[in-house]
Design a binder for this molecule. Structure first.
Ligand code: COA
Length: 177
């Protein structure tokens, strides 16, 4: 699989996958355009033969101690083959390279697959936000990762190590994964 930083030209394909993946609470095109363009995060795409199979984004302001996974999505037909984990690791490496020490995310309480992915990378549940996802009325599980421990476990370099170089993105205040 090939991961690369998202470019403005990826927006249409990202929006298609966004609407397929999150039919009740997809982000709008202007929001995702801003996310991709922002210097305060990074969006990554997984594309093969010109086809978008996945994308993910992290908000990681340079020098800030906390970063947030904004989203991760893999096309339904491409799931279960390690793409989600690869996207997540790339985003975590980006956060690490920018100096973050902790990474946070919210995940729907009715999404055991994503929760298992996050837990297997070392995220721990630290809270719950009742009825966070509307209109579905589903709780959010809030999770946190100690990035130094994760980096040690995976041999990822420290801040500004160049572990995840590339152009940047991401600006929404709400992590919504
Ligand atoms: C969550 C998602 C990104 C995972 O992507 P993926 O490419 O299928 O995941 P991977 O193949 O990398 O699997 C990584 C881990 O996720 C968990 N997982 C993924 N699919 C699973 C399933 N069907 N059942 C149980 N666990 C699953 C497992 O822990 C798995 O590790 P393992 O293979 O060692 O058991 C993907 O299912 C998806 O896009 N879902 C819809 C959008 C979404 O929920 N995004 C997350 C919002 S917070």
């Amino acid at each position: 699989m090939t991961l690369r930083t998202a470019a403005p030209d990826d927006l249409a394909a990202i929006m298609r996958l966004e609407r397929e993946t999150f039919p009740t609470d997809a982000w709008s095109e202007p929001m995702l355009r801003d996310e991709i363009a922002s210097p305060h995060g990074r969006y990554v795409v997984d594309a093969e033969a010109g086809r978008l199979l996945g994308y993910g984004g992290v908000r990681a302001v340079a020098g800030a101690p906390d970063a947030d996974i904004q989203t991760i999505a893999v096309a339904a037909e491409a799931r279960g083959r390690g793409r989600g984990r690869a996207l997540l690791r790339e985003l975590l490496a980006t956060a690490r390279s920018r100096g973050a020490r902790s990474v946070f995310l919210e995940v729907r309480d009715d999404n055991p697959n994503a929760t298992a992915l996050y837990a297997s990378e070392g995220f721990a549940q630290i809270g719950r936000r009742p009825r966070y996802y509307q209109p579905d009325d589903v709780d959010a599980i809030v999770m946190k990762l100690d990035l130094a421990a994760w980096a040690d476990a995976h041999g990822v370099g420290g801040a500004h190590s160049g572990a995840s170089a590339g152009a940047d993105a991401g600006s929404a205040a709400k992590g919504w994964c």
